[in-house]
Design a protein around this ligand. Sequence first.
Ligand SMILES: Nc1nc2c(c(=O)[nH]1)N[C@H]1C(S)=C(S)[C@@H](COP(=O)(O)O)O[C@H]1N2
Ligand SMILES: [Mo]
Length: 369
Amino acid sequence: MSRRLTELPLLRLLKPGLYVHDDEALNAEPTLELLSEPITPIDAFFIRNNGDVPEAGGRDWTLTIDGEVERPALWTLAGLREKFETVTVTAVLECAGNGRSQFSPATDGLPWRLGAVGCARWTGVRLRDVLEHAGLKESAVYTGHYAPDRLLADPSRPALSRGLPVAKALAPETLIAFAMNGEPLPRLHGGPLRIVAPGFPGSAWQKWLDRITLRPHEHDGEKMCGTNYRMPVRPVRPGEPLDTSEFAVITDMPVKSLITAPAPGFTVPVGGRLKVSGFAWSGAIPLAGARASCDGGANWCEVALEEGEGPFAWRRFSTTFEIGQAGPLVVLAQARDVQGNVQPLEVEWNPRGYCNNQVQRVSGAAVAA
Ligand SMILES: Nc1nc2c(c(=O)[nH]1)N[C@H]1C(S)=C(S)[C@@H](COP(=O)(O)O)O[C@H]1N2
Ligand SMILES: [Mo]
């Protein structure tokens, strides 16, 4: 039996509402109705794996810190918790490939719909505190993260080994997390230890973390190079030959919003009200606001964003439209950040289908009452 099959019953049990992608590795996402809460419940949170799901080492788990440091260290889970302050950060975790299925022509990679995103409370110790304890050498410019999961096609190779620029590794929001929404970090989400890098793509949130090596150059582990989790620095047309030296690692995620209600195919009686709700978020640049439309973008109205739980959480919006006449309705939401970046109506294509933040369209109809 493949490793994926052994995990599938567990996923079905723990997360019955998720759509499981047809892939060797275990990858699953919720329908958008399941994302209606400001804090995404664990049973609705998407799962992304590049390889197998390793056994959880539990108590025996250790974390090695080595490379460009003055004092290499080996931590147990209990040791980390005892030595360093515990902090909680509420943050959106989004796969860089979320929404990939909307790119045309289709690109390589998992055809995520729009559900590879969620917002949770992550608890752990600051990566900064652990790195300062080890003492970074001046030569340290990047972290390299390691985990025991392996590629299903080639178990001699790690599934994923990503890293962070030192500035993000030392940022106060970046954690080595051991809890999610107040529960011990579930094994499917990387328990017992994972990186939490708020605002960065999910790929930077290494699960089952057992080693951090400080690197004297950008990390070159599995899925760091080539076009993996990288965007072209200038637009690339489909079919154009690729020069991978013109690709850069994805860091801060772009401004985005998600409509969680109504669902596609909705109907509303003429003379009634259509309630539209969802969330807006942005990687590093604060949100400035959002607007919504129910007529495909012909008319817009500004929507209020509720306070989120801190700068890395998503912010809810909710508005109603009075429906005056029968006919098709297309609901849109468009968020923008304080630097003037606005969600595009149509996102620019890129070879691996990353960072799709284009305005979502939810179609329905107003029907005679
Ligand atoms: N060890 C390991 N960590 C990993 C991955 C992986 O395949 N292996 N996938 C990454 C990617 S691409 C994403 S989007 C997030 C998904 O986190 P989740 O499964 O907890 O939702 O984990 C990241 N961390
Ligand atoms: Mo991802």
